[in-house]
Design a protein. Structure first.
Length: 552
């Protein structure tokens, strides 16, 4: 070719293969860099020599020793530069074949085999394949993606539209004319020249460059292949989205729900998604203030409570020194504590087992939250509470939110608070709805203290007793004497009232106890006593309520 190719860099590694395949090209040239797809850089074979010569011709066209920074080139199937490169490649390969013929001392059969391996009669066959490609492509713009755009810069250009026209014969300056003489069918042996080693490996197939229309300026690319070759592009697997990304996408729309029903529906959909996340993935969302704010905007403040619990929010307690320490059990830990220690109370165990079978649990429904989140959700649950009432509340189980999440202030309460709040979740709301908040808390505390000490250790092992709802639990401990003849019977009936919602049993036992104590009591007096007793329970007037119980 009359050129110095010492500065040319050939790339045929995995990265070059990936770039070439991404542009659906066999090979392409960028300045003095030539890139080959896997298996196509095969010097010493007819197809490999022709492809290499074609690309080197483009290097010559771009300027001797040019670099990739010279800028990309748009090429078309009928581009004269392509035809000129083909002509230069044909000429170079033809000369190589003639040299090989003169140097070879193989018999005629070896020469025939060499001709057969090219797929035709010498260089003319390879040229024919390239020309067939050009005819199929007609005047469409070849798609050329520029893999060096970010490295070398470059602007997008509109595709060049070329009218259909017959292909013109190239007339490049300084290029040797194509020889029309046929390749000899058998080599001329020469005893003075040693026989060259002939490769028995099959020559690599070269691929055809796809023709399409993309308005992007790209580096000069060449594609060559036989007519039957099909290039299969590797399927690019999308990068899996993180749990946080999927969560944020699910929080659409970012507008407050118009009512509780819509808010509940949105939370139900989110809970299904969140239930597929691992504990680590939930934590990544819980610890991300921006992600939680997106969830709050989607759900509104009432069902933001549910979200706090669903992602297992577990904020640590901030000590006076500023250090953070684990204080509350998580919902899952409370579940494990309750189901483990209830084994020591076989008469109460069936109530817990039935609740668990019904899907009741603390995991996903208990949250230990920061003072900032507490300020948001407490006001929704108790909008009329005074500052003193708010500051005296360590935790609560929501009754306005259908999910009934248990919300714990991270800096308040004791390690056993989560057990008390989880106990609420194992029970029905009938006691609360029939007799009010105070008696409901008294019964909850009764069963909580049955299992745990203040520090979340088993009661049977000893330890400091819990101090919460002391008046409430004291009343319940005195009242249960009317529920049965012994403690097991009494606690069993109390369990039916609290866990199963059989509130009518309290009235039945109240009337039966009075009749057993005073057989002469009238129905009217009994009705009046019961009505007064129930009202005092609802008002939390423990002393007055206790006076209406029959004497022990």
């Amino acid at each position: 070719m009359g050129a110095d190719f010492s500065g040319v860099r050939v790339h045929d590694d995995a990265e070059a293969d990936g770039i070439a395949r991404s542009v659906q090209a066999t090979a392409f040239t960028a300045g003095a860099d030539v890139y080959f797809s896997r298996g196509t850089y095969a010097p010493g074979t007819s197809a490999g020599d022709h492809l290499l010569s074609h690309e080197l011709a483009h290097v010559v066209q771009g300027g001797r020793g040019a670099s990739a920074a010279a800028g990309p080139v748009i090429g078309k199937a009928d581009d004269p530069a392509e035809a000129a490169a083909d002509a230069m490649a044909d000429s170079a390969v033809h000369r190589l074949q003639r040299q090989a013929t003169r140097a070879s001392s193989e018999p005629a059969t070896a020469g025939a085999r060499a001709v057969e391996s090219t797929g035709g009669t010498g260089a003319a066959a390879g040229t024919g394949a390239l020309r067939r490609q050009a005819v199929r492509a007609e005047s469409s713009t070849i798609r050329r993606w520029n893999p060096f755009k970010k490295l070398f810069g470059g602007k997008k250009k509109k595709p060049v539209t070329v009218p259909n026209a017959p292909l013109l014969a190239p007339s490049p300056t300084g290029v040797a004319p194509r020889s029309t003489s046929p390749v000899p069918t058998s080599p001329v042996p020469t005893s003075q020249v040693p026989q060259p080693r002939v490769s028995t490996e099959p020559e690599p197939q070269v691929t055809q460059e796809q023709v399409t229309n993309i308005p992007e300026t790209q580096p000069h690319v060449t594609g060559e292949q036989t007519q039957d070759t099909v290039v299969e592009q590797p399927e690019v697997q999308p990068t899996p989205k993180t749990a946080k990304e999927r969560f944020e996408e699910a929080c659409d729309p970012q507008t407050a729900p118009p009512n509780k029903t819509v808010a509940k529906s949105r939370m139900d959909a989110l809970r299904q998604l969140i239930s597929t996340f691992s504990r680590e993935e939930k934590k990544s969302i819980a610890d991300d203030g921006a992600a939680m704010a997106i969830g709050r905007a989607h759900l509104g403040d009432l069902y933001y409570m549910s979200l706090l619990a669903a992602v297992d929010m577990a904020k640590k307690k901030t000590k006076s020194s500023g250090t953070k320490v684990k204080h509350h059990l998580t919902g899952a830990e409370a579940d494990e504590f309750i189901t483990t220690n209830i084994e020591d109370y076989p008469h109460i165990k069936p109530f817990i087992a039935a609740a668990v079978s019904a899907g009741k649990k603390g995991e996903g429904y208990v949250a230990s939250i920061s003072p900032e989140d507490w300020a948001i959700v407490y006001g929704v649950e108790f909008p009329t509470d005074s500052v003193e009432e708010e500051q005296s509340t360590n935790a609560y189980a929501s009754t306005k939110n259908k999910d009934e999440p248990a919300i714990l202030h991270a800096d308040r309460g004791t390690p056993s608070t989560a057990i008390h709040e989880s106990m609420h979740r194992y029970a029905k709301d009938d006691v609360l709805e029939t007799f009010g908040f105070d008696l409901n808390e008294g019964m909850t505390e009764y069963f909580t203290r049955m299992l745990t000490t203040k520090n979340a250790t088993p009661t049977k092992d000893g330890g400091p007793e819990r101090e919460n709802y002391q008046d409430n639990v004291t009343f319940v401990r005195g009242m249960i004497r009317i529920l049965g003849a012994n403690k097991v019977d009494q606690e069993t009936v109390l369990g039916e009232i609290y866990f199963e919602g059989k509130t009518e049993k309290l009235e039945e036992k109240f009337r039966a106890a009075w009749k057993a104590k005073d057989s002469t009591i009238t129905a009217t007096k009994l009705d009046t006593s019961w009505a007064s007793f129930k009202k005092h329970l609802s008002d939390g007037k423990w002393t007055k309520a206790e006076r209406l119980l029959p004497a022990a």
